[in-house]
Design a binder for this molecule. Structure first.
Ligand code: XUL
Length: 511
């Protein structure tokens, strides 16, 4: 039994979470928001302002200062960090850091940012929100076509690291030749903790368009085409259950014992799969945030024939899917505001006044360009005209649930239990619809920092050999469950077919 630290470095914040496997408790947590705590980085939302809305970059030194502050705050909670037996972490996926040379032991007298700054061959890191690499994606598609999807788990995607690296190598050839190591956000921060070069794990490595998931090795041909000399600039790729190194003695200033194991970091989505307790087959997770995200473990490697879904490594073994729907709460909020409906009306009254199925009304909520299915020009589409507010509200919620089911069906799995997180998971009305559409138990959980918790659980799994099922039973217990109503199964099966046809038809009846 021991204590483990999970560190989540996301777009907007660094969050630390400590778990005690013996007591089954979370004895300490800390959060540092970049925008609030580090205004000198001019990144109120975690990225630098840019005149080009397609470009989204962050300063890697901000992550390091945020890490230092978050650890300081964690120590200040009174929890003795000498009790930590292992550490792992989570990074926002796809972002990349460019170094002149590999990291080596840290100098005790200097801050992290101070000593890492001279190593950066590129002062900024493109992050997952960057969409400026359409040209590079086309070039990769032209060269490799279907092979990209069938081997790396995704077609060429703007935010994925390979296209980002290609753009940098072409646009800044001198800085490129000065680059000897490229890290993901996760492996960069893991390297800093270890005071040495850390590997990339299969979970996060799969978000690069460079990893052949069939053999779990870099695809050297794709890498060499992506940028000259790239295969030599990538760290090794390893299973998520690997000890990357020992904690550098620089970190003893916070009270840690020197040399405790640092387990390889992973991306936020693979970590969240573990942290929501959804890493075992038959389960899935849905995060209902600004965008909605569906993720689920996959026993065998399969890819989405439509190219909307991605495949990453599952830290608990095998693979996982990830499907992102841009118009999540963004669209729900837009409809709510359109009708000046407060949350209570939106969540309960509107659904009580309308029957399941809603007379077959469907609404495609493309208030913004959509990822799944790909929609470039925004525009809401309806298969009906002149609905009342409550009908419109049911239409968007049922349509979003049907879209989640339709676009996750390529996995060919029946999901029996789905863990829901994020702001809109508070809506019991939406959870009821999800339960009936998926015919699955919809479960809520208490922990909000599922990526950080997932990292802490992975550290416990590797260091203490506790199984993920055991850990999930202790730390990811559901706080509420809505069971499906079997009487509605047929209705929603029929609606799913109607939804598929409507989405494919491109038609729009009502305004
Ligand atoms: C997944 C993705 C985001 C980032 C940041 O493909 O781009 O979920 O991981 O959270």
């Amino acid at each position: 039994m021991g204590c483990y630290l999970g560190i989540d470095v996301s777009t907007q914040a660094v969050k630390c979470i400590v778990i005690d496997t013996g007591a089954g408790t979370i004895p300490a947590e800390s959060t540092v928001n970049f925008g609030e705590a580090l205004p000198s980085y001019r990144s109120p939302n975690g990225f630098l302002p840019d005149a080009d809305p397609l470009i989204r970059q962050a300063n890697p030194l901000m992550w390091l200062e945020g890490l230092e502050l978050a650890l300081k705050q964690l120590a200040a909670t009174g929890f003795d960090l000498a009790g930590i037996d292992g550490i792992s972490g989570s990074g926002q996926q796809h972002g990349s850091v460019y170094l002149r040379r590999q990291l080596s032991r840290l100098e005790p007298a200097r801050s992290l940012a101070e000593q890492i700054a001279p190593l950066l061959s590129r002062p900024v890191a493109p992050i997952w929100m960057d969409r400026s690499t359409t040209e590079q994606c086309r070039e990769l598609d032209r060269e490799f076509g279907e092979r990209l999807r069938s081997n790396t788990g995704s077609p060429a995607i703007e935010r994925f690291t390979g296209p980002q690296i290609r753009k940098f190598a072409v646009e800044q050839p001198e800085a490129w030749s000065d680059t000897h190591r490229i890290h993901l956000v996760s492996s960069f921060l893991c390297s800093v903790l270890c005071g040495g070069d850390a590997p990339i794990d299969f979970g996060d490595g799969a978000g690069m368009n460079l990893l052949n998931l069939r053999v779990l090795q870099w695809d050297r041909e794709i890498a060499a085409f992506t940028a000259p000399g790239l295969p030599e600039k990538l760290p090794p790729v390893v299973s998520s259950a690997t000890v990357a190194g020992k904690l550098d003695s620089w970190f003893t200033r916070f009270g840690f014992r020197p040399g405790i194991p640092v387990v390889v970091w992973s991306g936020d989505n693979p970590n969240s799969l573990v942290g929501t307790g959804a890493a075992t087959p038959g389960m899935a997770g849905i995060s209902l945030g600004t965008s909605d995200t569906f993720f689920a473990p996959m026993h065998d490697f399969k890819t989405d024939p439509h190219g909307c879904g991605h495949v990453f490594g599952n830290p608990a073994g095998g693979f996982m899917s990830l499907i992102c729907f841009t118009n999540g709460s963004l669209a729900r909020e837009a409809v709510r505001k359109l009708y000046h409906a407060d949350w209570d009306f939106f969540d309960r009254e509107a659904l009580q006044r309308t029957p399941p199925g809603n007379g077959g009304r469907l609404l495609l909520p493309y208030f913004a360009p959509e990822n799944t299915p790909p929609v470039i020009t925004p525009g809401v589409r309806r298969n009906y005209a002149g609905a009342r507010p409550e009908e419109e509200i049911r239409a968007i919620l049922e349509s979003q649930a049907l879209s989640l089911r339709l676009h996750s069906s390529w996995q060919g799995e029946k999901f029996h239990r789905i863990r829901v997180t994020g702001g809109a998971s508070k809506s019991s009305g939406f959870r009821r619809i999800l339960a009936d559409v998926f015919q699955a138990e919809i479960e809520t959980i208490q922990v909000t920092n599922s990526a950080g918790l997932g990292a802490a659980l992975r550290a416990a799994n590797v260091v203490e050999h506790l199984g993920f099922d055991q850990l999930a039973a202790r730390f990811c217990r559901p706080t509420g469950t809505i069971s499906p109503n079997p009487d509605h199964a047929e209705l929603y099966n029929e609606m799913l077919e109607k939804f598929r046809d409507f989405e494919a038809s491109g038609s729009n009846v009502g305004a």
